[in-house]
Design a protein around this ligand. Structure first.
Ligand SMILES: [Zn+2]
Ligand SMILES: [Zn+2]
Length: 172
């Protein structure tokens, strides 16, 4: 996702509105149990503050995963707030040296490449646990059936206390 910043790069205070939808290859197919689906949508703006660019907005990405409790397939949208300072890559310092001193993103020339910035924010903010619904009841501990919707008959049967089971027939 490349943004042409020609109109603001020499203009402190200048802003460009951004509304883009594009696949980001470096996101790969997913992360752990999460599979990313379709393009990343970004809506926001980039503003030049004395040569530093401030990128603000919201990135959205659909993904599929499975419920931690019942294993059901779920499809969700991940929304990440983006608020990044992007500095101009100095031409005198080489990239390796620069990275040691400053972990901010950098731009050079008249093009701002958003892929890495959006991918980093999306990956670091994606939740590590997922539920099909907040109160997912999970699986039946006795038979393993999904408790949601079609519940099993286990809870309807009287559980037999094994101590009484042992005494059964004792007095016969
Ligand atoms: Zn569930
Ligand atoms: Zn059951």
């Amino acid at each position: 996702m490349k943004i042409d910043i020609t109109s603001i790069v020499k203009n402190s205070g200048g802003t460009i509105q951004i509304s883009e939808k594009e696949s980001i290859e470096i996101l790969g197919t997913g992360l752990g149990t999460v599979t990313f689906k379709g393009p990343v949508e970004f809506n926001g703006s980039v503003t030049n503050f004395n040569g530093m660019l401030l990128l603000e907005g919201v990135a959205r990405l659909n993904y599929t995963t499975t419920c931690d409790r019942c294993g059901e397939d779920i499809e969700k949208e991940h929304v990440a707030r983006i608020d990044e300072e992007i500095i101009e890559r100095s031409r005198t310092v080489d990239e390796a040296e620069e990275n040691l001193e400053d972990d901010r993103f950098a731009y050079s020339g008249n093009v701002l490449e958003l892929d890495r910035i959006l991918a980093d924010s999306l990956i670091t903010s994606i939740p590590m646990s997922h539920l099909c619904q907040d109160d997912c009841p999970g699986l039946c501990p006795l038979c393993g059936a999904k408790m949601k919707g079609e519940s099993c008959d286990c809870s309807k049967q009287d559980p037999v206390d094994p101590r009484f089971e042992a005494l059964k027939g004792f007095f016969d």
